[in-house]
Design a protein around this ligand. Structure first.
Ligand SMILES: O=C(/C=C/c1ccc(O)c(O)c1)N[C@@H](Cc1ccc(O)cc1)C(=O)NCCCOc1c(-c2ccc(O)c(O)c2)oc2cc(O)cc(O)c2c1=O
Ligand SMILES: [Ca+2]
Length: 493
């Protein structure tokens, strides 16, 4: 378990993938603070290799050159301004940290202009030399890279796709990494996403985290450890298991998105079984996981286990996100993406490398906000879709309550309450739901927060009447754009 340090009444993370620091700073004040988001996961903040072939791919952010806070998202001052402004708006910052490896396979310069030679693990701006990278003494694969994912030693001690594997067994390396993380902590961040955690020994991570300072006491209170969630891609088929990492923090639960896509996207499973959703589905304990429908990597078709739900399937994304945010299991993360022209060739997306919207000089385009609150300049801003941001508020209002009265009215028609604070009904196929349902809510008129907002004391979408017995008439067509009804005591006229 690891505490996300959400400000009171907040409980959802949004991954503002590849956003610039100045744009995140603005979004905290104008949207994420007022809309009750807990935190932002930001892209790696440290200097990375400038990759020009292909031209500035998103994955160059995952090829470290040094721990200087200069990237396409901005410089250290802009990073500091973002963290301070977001904390002041009640929104935390989690930094995506890449500490398993440095870049590899070639030499060049990084986003701060620092020279490096990935072939000899030479990173003068840290400094790291080849004494600080793993080698044949601990990696026994044929070519120094990971070949066999069922050999835990190889997965931890060899180069991941040729990236130079840091020797985390060494105090010097542990000190350098901890120094970087403590620098971020001193700036006011609340925690870290630990990239490629599967490729590091839990004992080495423990040694690094033991070196970390507490997070800023003025912002978070005294004696608080940084929030840690570790990327462990484990869908059950490999030697390395999520459970190995529970002692050092939470883990990313990739099974979650696959199972929900089976139901809401592929329809190879039925929503009626979701009454038992949670650890009884072969998933870890709710307090040990961060949950999500898709992430920056598998939205591009990398993930095993079947395609996840992404903004390319907007209807299913809204349904799946409504379920994720209405259900108490896990600490939820929403993916906020940018558009790229997906070009599927023989099952693979030939453009899956495409970096963020950019100007002619390859600098990242700013996020523009349209009159209807959507984003321009190629940013998708899923977190600004009404059916999504209203469910962030729903989750906040029902916090602390359990699932009550879970019911199914057919294979793909479900409803449940959250204590006496909220109620949701979902039709996951093309069928029609037309039922009187006990919502367990106090009588009154509630705004359906999927079809509209609760504004100036009135509903801009459907109004749902709950009678003195707590019953409401729910009528949902599965073929409509939003086959979900969600009501809560924070949107009652
Ligand atoms: O597709 C990518 C990048 C993917 C990626 C990047 C960051 C992530 O957090 C992530 O989960 C995936 N990278 C491209 C291009 C590439 C980049 C560097 C390189 O040396 C070679 C190729 C690619 O085709 N990668 C090979 C397949 C994806 O294999 C990668 C994985 C990965 C995928 C599945 C697993 O089960 C697993 O344990 C690890 O993690 C990374 C982590 C990184 O920090 C940097 C990486 O380059 C990668 C990474 O290449
Ligand atoms: Ca490693």
């Amino acid at each position: 378990y690891s505490d996300p340090h959400c400000a009171p009444g907040r409980d959802t993370v949004v991954h503002l993938f590849e956003w610039k620091w100045n744009d995140i700073k603005a979004e905290c004040t104008r949207f994420l603070g007022p809309r009750g988001f807990c935190a932002v996961q930001v892209s790696p903040a440290n200097e990375n290799a400038v990759v020009t072939n292909p031209n500035r791919p998103w994955w160059e952010r995952y090829q470290p050159v040094s721990y200087k806070l200069i990237t396409r998202s901005g410089n250290e001052q802009e990073f500091r301004d973002m963290v301070q402004t977001c904390n002041n708006a009640g929104v935390r910052i989690y930094v995506d940290t890449v500490i398993n490896h440095m870049t590899g396979g070639y030499s060049g310069s990084g986003t701060a202009g620092d020279h490096f030679d990935g072939n000899s693990c030479s990173f003068p701006a840290v400094p790291y030399s080849n004494l600080d990278c793993n080698a044949g003494d601990v990696c026994h694969s044929s070519d120094g890279s990971i070949q066999n994912y069922n050999n835990p030693e190889e997965v931890r001690n060899c180069d991941l796709v040729g990236l130079k594997d840091l020797r985390l067994s060494k105090d010097y390396v542990r000190d350098k990494i901890a120094g970087y993380l403590n620098h971020l902590i001193s700036i006011g961040v609340a925690g870290f996403r630990v990239d490629a955690a599967k490729h590091m020994w839990p004992g080495d991570l423990e040694a690094v985290f033991a070196r970390l300072h507490n997070v800023d006491s003025n912002t978070f209170g005294s004696g608080k450890k940084p929030f840690i969630y570790q990327e462990v891609i484990d869908m059950g088929g490999e030697a390395i298991k999520m459970a190995e990492y529970f002692a050092t923090g939470r883990v990313t639960n990739f099974i979650y998105g696959v199972k929900l896509a089976d139901i809401f996207l592929r329809h190879t499973n039925q929503a009626k079984w979701l009454g038992s959703w949670g650890s009884s589905w072969g998933m870890p304990n709710t307090n040990d996981v961060v949950v999500f429908l898709s992430n920056h990597d598998n939205q591009r078709g990398h993930g095993g286990g079947g395609a996840p739900i992404t903004f390319f399937e907007p209807k299913q994304l809204k349904i799946g996100t409504a379920f994720m945010l209405a259900h108490p299991y896990g600490f939820p993360r929403i993916m906020s993406s940018y558009h790229w022209n997906r070009n599927i060739q023989g099952g693979d997306d030939a453009n899956n490398w495409a970096g963020p919207p950019h100007n002619n000089d390859m600098s990242t385009k700013s996020v523009t906000i349209n009159a209807d609150m959507t984003c321009g300049n190629g940013w998708v801003c899923e977190h600004r879709w009404r059916q999504i941001y209203n469910m962030v508020a729903f989750r906040n209002v029902v916090s602390g309550t359990g699932v009550l009265n879970f019911k199914s009215y057919g294979d793909q028609q479900i409803s449940f309450s959250r204590g006496s604070k909220g109620f949701i009904a979902i039709v996951a196929d093309g069928s029609h739901l037309n039922q009187n349902i006990n919502t367990n809510l106090p009588s009154g008129n509630y705004c359906d927060v999927i079809s509209g907002n609760y504004e100036n004391g009135a509903c801009t979408g459907k109004t749902i009447h709950v009678d003195s017995n707590g019953n409401a008439h729910i009528n949902i067509s599965g073929t409509s754009d939003d086959p979900v009804v969600a009501i809560h005591v924070g949107a009652k006229v």
